[in-house]
Ligand binder design. Structure first.
Ligand code: M6R
Length: 603
């Protein structure tokens, strides 16, 4: 959540900061700001809106020579947690005297008490944010110890902060330096000490190729090379952070899925220290789309490896009292590796003696520091807020894990394994064939345009696919969407179907039904007939060659034949394309949907 960029060096800081912010905008985009430091002090420009709004603001001030001549600065793009998205709440924040400017990611949980104490001492606050207390605390510390240097002042205030933070700090009295520190919120620093950012893309675009993932509570001052830290080389390709001819990142990432599927299925669990014979219980913990992938993993592990498996939303798991011991395997599933609830769930699991296996897309992310074992889902950089390729990668990796556990426990015949692996090998081409049908899929998706609500129904892995399809639609198009187990609709949800559809097919409630070749196919057909009888307009996702379904509804999207366990991978593709198409047709920004951010690093 929120993006931080900091720079100091020989060049003008502003262009580096702005292009870094643009690379981080997926982390938050409701306000943005920059502070530059030169011999005359700190100059700050900030605004509500996106980085492009900040650029307009800066263009209006282009006569201010300091903006272009300063070679040291900090910048921020925000996802509001405290206070509305407005200029006053945008970062950077300063205290009363303007000696310090700070940008902050995370949440200062005790900020109310700190603020009250500071106000009692005469400090005047200009924003509603939790972050502003940091600037005032620094000023207070400087007042108490006028001889202390900047690093000492930062160290003085850190113990007062409760919660999570990544901070980049300018001090008027320390020209050319930016002080960076983090606690439960990521910061990556260029090994040469020239830059820091809350995520790699901002550094990659500035040509940084050696970084330090800053450990918690270690203060560094930019302006000098880092020593005493583990340096990592970055091999991420900058083109991953480019649109590459696609109108948006979401579409680009959807089209990357054939390659992503190929990489994901190369994962091999046999080299990992999983102690399979020792495992007696498994939890999958995750949020959002990752949780949906986790539900599929749950079903497959239970079915093949015959272990009790529970998939839990991480925000519930961490505050529950889940039974865990040393025979428990907890699979923490997180694309970003930064999701606060998933991290806390993983920490809880470790504290209870469970083994934590993290499946993540970001090596070096915080989950990799918490887990016992880390597996890279290899989906490559995902920028669009709506997760697409990471979901497909997660489902494939979980399927491989389920197969591995089943084999290790002697529960899968070689013939069964060979059969599933052969089907899996077909997935990249099958995904491509679905992408090639994009126009047809979008024509079918037209049936959902201008609907007040879109309902999704399915059974088994089809129902889980529906949960993900509905999430995709609501998060980027803002159309209400709800997924139901098809067997449950007559226990309540069928009441949502408006009878107007019986007479007016255009206004009928759209119901997207996953009716692929599955053990429960016949039951699914009955469910489709049930909703149609109440006036629903059914859009079916069915297996190629299913002629019966075409007799029920003219709106059918066919997916290639595959085994039931792999169907969620293929059915996800039309779900993603439908959601994106509706969002685009409704004029929404699909990469930066309102109120959302890519990494949810706060509770
Ligand atoms: O990075 P994570 O996989 O931990 O993120 C979890 C969710 O925040 C994420 O999947 C979210 O639901 C996406 N916006 C869904 O598209």
């Amino acid at each position: 959540m929120c993006g931080i960029v900091a720079y100091t060096g020989a060049n003008s800081a502003l262009p580096v900061l702005i292009s870094g912010l643009k690379r981080l905008e997926y982390r938050g985009y409701d306000s943005a700001g920059v502070s530059l430091l030169d011999d005359d002090g700190i100059v700050t420009v900030k605004t509500a809106g996106k980085v492009s709004d900040l650029e307009k603001e800066l263009a209006d001030l282009s006569e201010d020579i300091r903006l272009t001549s300063a070679t040291c600065g900090i910048a921020h793009t925000r996802w509001a947690t405290h206070g509305t998205p407005c200029t006053a709440n945008a970062h950077p924040h300063s205290g009363c005297k303007g000696r310090f400017a700070i940008v902050h990611n995370g949440i200062i949980e005790n900020y109310l008490a700190l603020r009250q104490a500071l106000e009692d001492q005469g400090h005047h606050f200009r924003s509603d944010t939790d972050s502003e207390v940091v600037a005032h605390l620094l000023e207070q510390a400087a007042g108490l110890d006028p001889n202390a240097d900047s690093a000492a002042l930062v160290k003085t205030i850190l113990p007062k902060l409760q919660g999570s933070y990544a901070l980049a700090i300018l001090d008027r009295d320390s020209a050319g330096r930016v002080f960076c520190v983090c606690h439960d919120s990521p910061l990556v620093v260029a090994a040469d000490g020239s830059m820091a950012a809350s995520d790699l893309p901002a550094l990659i675009c500035a040509g940084v190729n050696e970084v330090v993932y800053l450990p918690d509570d270690q203060l560094v001052g930019l302006g000098r090379p880092l020593t005493g830290f583990t340096i990592k080389r970055i091999d991420t390709d900058l083109t991953e952070a480019e649109h590459s001819g696609f109108p948006d990142f979401m579409l680009k990432e959807i089209y990357e899925q054939p390659a992503v599927a190929k990489y994901a299925m190369r994962n091999d669990f046999s080299n990992l220290d999983l102690n399979t014979r020792d495992i007696r219980r498994v939890y999958v913990v995750a949020c959002g789309t990752s949780y949906h992938a986790g539900l599929i993993g749950r079903d497959l592990i239970e079915k093949w490896a015959q272990l009790p498996v529970d998939a839990r939303v991480a925000s519930e798991f961490r505050y529950g009292n889940p039974y865990m011991d040393e025979h428990t395997l907890v699979i923490a599933l997180t694309q970003s590796g930064e999701t606060a609830d998933t991290l806390e769930a993983a920490k809880l699991a470790r504290s209870r003696g469970a083994k934590v296996l993290a499946l993540t897309n970001v090596l070096g992310s915080r989950i990799t520091q918490v887990a016992d074992i880390v597996v890279n889902i290899q989906a490559s950089l995902e920028i669009a807020v709506a997760a697409t390729k990471s979901y497909v990668a997660q489902v494939i990796v979980l399927t491989k894990l389920a197969l591995y556990l089943a084999c290790a426990r002697g529960l899968l015949t070689p013939a069964h394994l060979t059969n599933i692996e052969a089907q899996m090998a077909l997935l990249p081409d099958q995904i491509q064939s679905l992408l090639d049908q994009r126009q047809t899929i979008e024509q079918v998706a037209c049936q959902c345009l201008n609907a007040h609500t879109v309902l999704y129904i399915g059974r088994g892995v089809g129902a889980t696919t529906c949960l993900e399809g509905a999430l995709k639609l609501k998060e980027i198009s803002y159309v209400h969407a709800e997924a139901f187990y098809a067997g449950e609709i007559k226990h309540g949800p069928i009441a949502l179907i408006d009878p107007i559809g019986v007479t007016d097919k255009v206004k009928a409630t759209p119901v997207i039904a996953v009716a692929c070749a599955q053990a429960t196919y016949d039951k699914m057909i009955s469910n489709i007939e049930e909703v149609q009888a109440r006036g629903a307009k059914v859009i079916a996702i069915a297996s190629e060659g299913d002629e019966h379904i075409a007799e029920l509804t003219p709106h059918v999207i066919y997916i290639p034949h595959t085994s039931e366990c792999l169907m969620p991978v293929l059915a996800a593709i039309p779900m993603q394309l439908i959601a994106r198409y509706i969002a685009v047709e409704h004029g929404q920004n699909v990469d930066q949907p309102r109120n959302l951010a890519k990494s949810v690093t706060v509770e």
